[in-house]
Design a protein around this ligand. Sequence first.
Ligand code: HEM
Length: 576
Amino acid sequence: MESAAESFPAGPAVGPSSMSVFLFLLGSVATLWYVYFRMSRRRLYECAATLPGPDGLPIIGSALELMGGPEVIFKSIYSKSFEYDTGVIKMWIGPRLLVFLFDPRDVELILGSSVHLDKSTEYRFFKPWLGNGLLISSGEKWRSHRKLIAPTFHLNVLKSFLELFNANSRSVVDKMRKHGDKLFDVHDHMSECTVEILLETAMGVNKRTQDKSGFEYAKAVMDMCDILHLRQTHVWLRPDIIFHLTKYGKAQEKLLDVIHSLTKKVLKKKKEDYNKNKAAGVPPPSATYQTPAPAPTPAPKVAAAPKPKAPEANAPKESFSFGHSVGLKDDLDVDDNDIGEKKRLAFLDFMIESSQNGVVLSDEEIKEEVDTIMFEGHDTTAAGSSFFLCMMAARPDIQERVIEEIDQVFGNSDRACTFQDTLELKYLERCIMETLRMYPPVPIIARELKQELKLESINATVPANCTVIVGTYKLHRREDIFPNPDHFDPDNFLPERAASRHYYSFVPFSAGPRSCVGRKYAMLKLKVILSTVLRNFRVMPGIPEKDWVLQADIILKRTDGFRIKLQPRKPVVSAK
Ligand code: HEM
C-alpha cells in the first residue's frame, strides 16, 4: 500500500524550510547581539589593549590556565607573572577582565581610595555563607556597619582579652604535648584554638557553647573555601543553577549547616543572657565599659602616603605597628585620647546592645556579621601561626633567636604573657611580620572597579567594570623592594629598613578604609599564642621551605600540610 507521503509527488522547492529561516534569524540576532556587546564594551577593550598581559584564546581567554587543583593554579599564575616585567598584568577569563596589580604605587591607588571600595563580583559566592556581612557588603550598609564594628576591636577592648588569649594558648600547648615526638599537622590545632579564642573573646560565650569542637567548625570552613575557590576558577561552576546540581552544591549545603548552626547557637545564647540580665537589672558583662558612641567618623585617616624620600629622611622610630607599615593609619588607630575615658564593649555584646538601643540592626544582620568575624577571624590567624611554626622548623637559627628573646622576657617563670610583654617581644614581632610578608594568609584582594583608574607605574588606564586584584603574595616578593625576597629575613622589618619602603609595599591586612578590622586583634593573639608555644617547645628541624607546596584557595595554605615535630623545652606552662 502506498503511504500518504508517497501518494503526493514532491513539488518544486518553493522557499527555505522553516528550520533554515529559524537558523537565519538566530544567526542574525546573535550577530547583532555580539556587535552590540562589543560596542558597549569598546572602552573596556581599548583600555585593556594598553595593559600588559596575554590576550588569551577567543571567547574563553586564559580560562585554561585555571585548570587543575588549587596548588597547580597557584604555581602556574605565579610563574606566569614573571613573563612580564611590569607591576601590572591583565588576564581574560571568558568575557571578564582581571587586572593584577603589584606595584605599591598602584596598590595605593586602590586600597587607599575611598572610591574603589566595592568588592569584586567573585565575592558573591560567599553570600549564602556570610550574607551581606562586612567582608562583602558595600555602600551605606558597609559604611555604617564598619563604623559600628571597628571600635569593638580597639586596643582598649583587646587588652581585656589577654587573659583568655593566655588560657587558650596554654590549653593548645597541652594538646600539642600529647603528640610526643611524632609529626603532626599543627594547622589543626591552630584552627581549633583560634575558633575557641574567638568564641570566648569577640563573641563573649563559653567555648563549650558549641556541641562539637572548634575543629569541626574550622574544617567545615576550610572545605567551604575549597568550594568557593573552585567556583572562582572553574567558569562552568559559576552559574548558581548549574552549581546547585553538582556534588559541590550539595556539599556546600551540608557545610553551611555545620557553620550556621554554630553561629545561630552563639547568637541565641547571647540574646538569652542579655534578656536574663536585663530582666534582673544586671549590667552587660563588661560592666566596667560604657556603651560608646560609634567610632569617630572614619573618613579614615588613610595615610596620604607621603612617599618615603630617602631612608635617612625618615627618622626610624621603634614602634609596634600591629602588622601595618609604620605611618599607615586607619580607623583602628583611634588614639585613646580621642575617646577620652570611654571604654568599649566587645564585638557581639556591642552589636546586641546597639540593636536594643535604637540602632537599626536586624537579627539577620547580626548573624551575618557573626559569620563574617568567625570566618575572617580564625582561618587567617590559623594559617599565619602555622606558617610561622613551620618556618621555625625550617630555620632553626632564627628560632634560637626568638627563644632567646622569649627567655629574656619571661625567664623561667610560668606567668601569663602581658600586654607589656607583647611590646617587648620585638624579634618575635619581626618574625611574624616576615612570615606575613612571605606567606600572606590573604594572598589576593579583589575589587570591582566602577570608575576608570589611571595607573601610576605605567602609562595605562584600567577600565571600569573589571576586576582589580591586588596580588599581595607577589607584591611582598618584589626583589626591588625586598632584596633576596624568597629568603626569610626578619630584619626586613628593622625600623630603618621599613622606613625606606613605600607604605603600600607590605599590606598583609590590606590598608585604607577597607583594611582588616581584626589587624590588632590578630597581631596580639599571634604574639601570645606563639610565645606560649615557644616557651614550652622547640620546633624540630623539618621540611625545608623549598619543598613546601602552596595553594591559595581564598586563604594561603600548604597543600602538603603543616606537619611539625616538637621537643619539650621545660614544662613551664600548663592549662590547669
Ligand atoms: C593574620 C590574620 C589576618 C589577616 C592576614 C587578615 C587579612 C585581611 C585582609 C587582607 C582583609 C581585606 C580583604 C579584602 O578586602 O578582600 C581583611 C578584611 C577583614 N578582616 Fe582580616 N585578617 C586577619 C585577621 C582577622 C581577624 C582576627 C578578624 C576579626 C576578629 C578579621 C576580620 C576582618 C573583617 C571583618 C574584614 C572585612 C573588613 C571590611 O571590609 O571592612 N581579620 N582581613
